[in-house]
Design a protein around this ligand. Sequence first.
Ligand code: FMN
Length: 179
Amino acid sequence: MKDLHELLVNRRSIRRYTDEPLTPDQVRLILEAGLLAPTSKSARPWQFVAVDDKNMLERLAQCKPAGAAPIAGCALAVVVAVDQTQSDPWIEDASVAASYMQLQAQDLGLGSCWIQVRGRFTADGLPSEEYVQELLGIPEQCPVVCILTFGNKAEERKPVDTSKLLWEKVHIGTWKAEE
Ligand SMILES: Cc1cc2nc3c(=O)[nH]c(=O)nc-3n(C[C@H](O)[C@H](O)[C@H](O)COP(=O)(O)O)c2cc1C
């Protein structure tokens, strides 16, 4: 097992990918990471839609006017939807699963990026969630939280500089306001 801290320090959002497809094993491990994520009351309310069709990826990239471009060029997108009738903290359940998948991708040497969908709008003013639901046939009760992009890295990102971590945001014992 690799060192988890090293993995966390080296994980950066990757938005440019090579044309190389992911192997079936890589896809399976990423999706399995999502399914392994803990959820409130073990409700497991999420639904993951794996998309690798280029035409569909390009259409998904139109889910909002800015910040969604990586979807068009990725090898695999995983749309993270969640049945909000099955869990009260559905946003948290979906977010933990998304993070698990991103960390699994990093462990496989792949790049990934979280593309926010919930609360965003298309260029025409339609909620991005509804746009993606319509495109993929996702039921109304399953809002889309995010789309994760995955692929082999076509850009290098520096690891996080741990000397710049915001330790002032950590309060030991009781809240201490910044001086
Ligand atoms: C909740 C959330 C929403 C994000 N939305 C987007 C997005 O819509 N488009 C994008 O390119 N990156 C998005 N990101 C990636 C962040 O911009 C990125 O994680 C942040 O700048 C820190 O950089 P790093 O991931 O390289 O450490 C999102 C990340 C999170 C956690």
